[in-house]
Design a protein. Structure first.
Length: 219
């Protein structure tokens, strides 16, 4: 029992070490900037979108070099969302907003919007998962489709400062940890496990901000 556990720990440590050794300077820069994005997003600092933009540009070229063209195309979407996120958080994405008025406030979605979002994710996953399973050699096509489509919707929610985005991200990243472990990407799985902890912190900070912004003003 102990030998098995020690062997598993050794394999995980070896995987993380190999991943670090194989990581190029550009990939390391992309990872650092992606991590900075999450930290700044938790703090609702608009510069998170600048960190995200540079990170996605780096990863776009890394994915092209690796011949992962769909992943590269997804980076184009994230790059566009980084531009929109900056626009939205500056306050210009809402009527009467400006960069000087505190920017976009944290909001919550009514349950109907969540039903629509979840239904959209389900339909997109079924269509793209089936397509990938029939016409490509994609690994785990339905789970891969889920993390992709759900992440796109969750990114939109972050750009609009929707509080519940953190719930979406927790599920997405939890699935991603398993997905990357299945693919032998121990380092990436470890990073996403760290993200799970940060997501909890992010939700608590955004919720505190939301409660402060919506509290009745005492004259």
């Amino acid at each position: 029992m102990n030998d098995t556990g020690n062997s598993a720990d050794s394999n995980l440590l070896a995987g993380l070490t190999d991943g670090l050794a194989a990581m190029s300077g550009w990939e390391a820069a992309g990872v650092v900037l992606a991590f900075a994005y999450l930290v700044l997003a938790i703090r609702q600092n608009i510069w998170c979108w600048a960190a995200a933009a540079v990170s996605e540009i780096i990863f776009m070229f890394i994915m092209i070099e690796a011949k992962l063209y769909m992943e590269s195309a997804l980076r184009v979407f994230y790059l566009g969302m980084a531009a929109y996120g900056w626009y939205s958080w500056s306050g210009r994405g809402r009527p009467g907003g400006s960069k000087d008025d505190g920017g976009l406030p944290v909001s919550v979605w009514p349950w109907r919007k969540h039903v629509i979002a979840l239904a959209a994710i389900f339909l997109l996953v079924v269509v793209s998962g089936y397509t990938l399973s029939q016409f490509t050699d994609a690994a785990l096509p339905y789970w891969d489709s889920f993390t992709t489509w759900a992440a796109m919707i969750a990114t939109w929610m972050v750009a609009r400062k929707v509080l519940e985005n953190w719930f979406y991200w927790f599920v997405i990243d939890a699935v991603s940890v398993w997905l990357y472990l299945e693919r032998g990407l121990q380092l990436t799985a470890f990073l996403y496990a760290v993200y799970l902890v940060m997501i909890v912190i992010g939700y608590r900070q955004w919720r505190s901000r939301y409660l402060t912004e919506t509290a009745p003003q005492v004259a």
